[in-house]
Design a protein around this ligand. Structure first.
Ligand SMILES: Cc1cc2nc3c(=O)[nH]c(=O)nc-3n(C[C@H](O)[C@H](O)[C@H](O)COP(=O)(O)OP(=O)(O)OC[C@H]3O[C@@H](n4cnc5c(N)ncnc54)[C@H](O)[C@@H]3O)c2cc1C
Length: 324
């Protein structure tokens, strides 16, 4: 059992920013537990190569309030920037430490990471995001086509395929624009108009449609999928049937409710209940980043980390050194 003062779960933008703000505020004995072997897994796994990282991703201009902020840059530049931050602040990140249990014992938390590692800390900040659990459609996906169905950019590049991208947000727009470089792409959205796209993505989609490299299927809703020879037969609710080589669902992520409930966190609707600084009903347990912000963005994650560290300082700062 290793004892620290502050345990942060997840080394994405929110987790790293929390450690940075805490160190800047003079807090010590901080450890970050990350389930993969690298930082920022959402960017590594779900952002396509060369993706433009926009600070105003969800049409909201977020003004930086803490130490970290970004301008428009590529995925690779963003990852390099975050690596530099980790080095500059000498952050103690323990990789391959997937936290599967957090238990409050008296005034302290016992944090179980993997089979054996157990940490003890009086303050825990959970920064695990929502993209570990992509939103899936309500209908069943037959096992026979599971190798043709993706939730985000496929790890193995697709070429010369007929692909249906499903969704109407920025991630769907970016996936369609990326995949259409080497494939025939259709984009199915159940609404008549896009309303969540930022201006850059809206422009990009319009251009690709004019060029004929993306075919828009607005007002379409899928009823189910069926294997058909080496393809996927898509049944639409209006009775239409179409065949594709691959389907890419870009429907966003979902909050890890079961995990949060297992710690005793109250959940209201789809979001956990937190105070302004991210503290939950379990005293000393804070949530940051996509878990709590209304519209998930990197700048939103950075700012929520700053608000949380300010809250920790206000509530626990005067006795931080004494906390065990
Ligand atoms: C395809 C796509 C494109 C996007 N483009 C943009 C953009 O251009 N601009 C923008 O501002 N936003 C963009 N976003 C949104 C942005 O990525 C998120 O808002 C941001 O990543 C949230 O940061 P986070 O730290 O809260 O969570 P995440 O980035 O999801 O980080 C969570 C970290 O926690 C780790 N983790 C998860 N579970 C555990 C566990 N049990 N134990 C230990 N570690 C764990 C994960 O491995 C991960 O490293 C995009 C999202 C997607 C999916």
């Amino acid at each position: 059992m290793e004892k620290v003062k502050l345990t942060i779960v997840g080394a994405g933008p929110a987790g790293i920013a929390t450690a940075v703000e805490a160190k800047e505020a003079g807090l010590n004995e901080i450890v970050i537990l990350e389930k993969t072997d690298h930082i920022c897994d959402t960017m590594v796994r779900l952002y396509h190569e060369g993706k433009r990282v926009d600070p105003f991703f969800m049409k909201v201009k977020v003004k930086p309030i803490g130490k970290l902020s970004i301008d428009t840059m590529s995925r690779e530049q963003f990852l390099d920037f975050m690596k530099e931050v980790v080095e500059k602040y000498s952050l103690d990140i323990r990789f391959r430490h997937e936290v599967n249990k957090i238990k409050k014992k008296n005034d302290c938390f016992e944090i179980h990471a993997g089979k054996e590692a157990i940490f003890e800390a009086p303050i825990v900040v959970v920064a695990i995001g929502i993209f570990g659990r992509p939103v899936k459609p309500g209908y069943k996906i037959p096992k026979a086509i599971s190798d043709k169905v993706f939730f985000g950019i496929p790890a193995k590049p697709l070429e010369n395929k007929k692909i249906l991208v499903v969704g109407g947000g920025n991630t769907a727009a970016e996936a369609a624009c990326f995949l259409c470089e080497k494939n025939e792409v259709f984009l199915s959205y159940r609404r008549p108009k896009f309303f969540r796209l930022n201006p850059i993505n809206l422009c990009a989609i319009e251009d690709k449609c004019k060029q004929g490299s993306i075919k828009l299927m607005m007002n379409t809703d899928i009823e189910g999928l069926e294997p058909q020879d080496d393809q996927v037969c898509v049944h639409f609710k209006d009775g239409q049937k179409m065949y594709f080589d691959a389907i890419d669902y870009c429907l966003g992520g979902s909050s890890p409710q079961a995990f949060l409930r297992s710690i005793g966190v109250e959940v209201e609707g789809k979001k956990p209940k937190v105070s302004e600084d991210g503290e939950t009903n379990v005293k000393g347990l804070f949530l940051v980043g996509d878990l709590v912000v209304k519209k998930g963005t990197i700048m939103g994650a950075f700012n929520s980390a700053k608000r949380t560290v300010d809250g920790i300082l206000k509530k626990y700062g005067d006795r931080y050194a004494l906390l065990t």
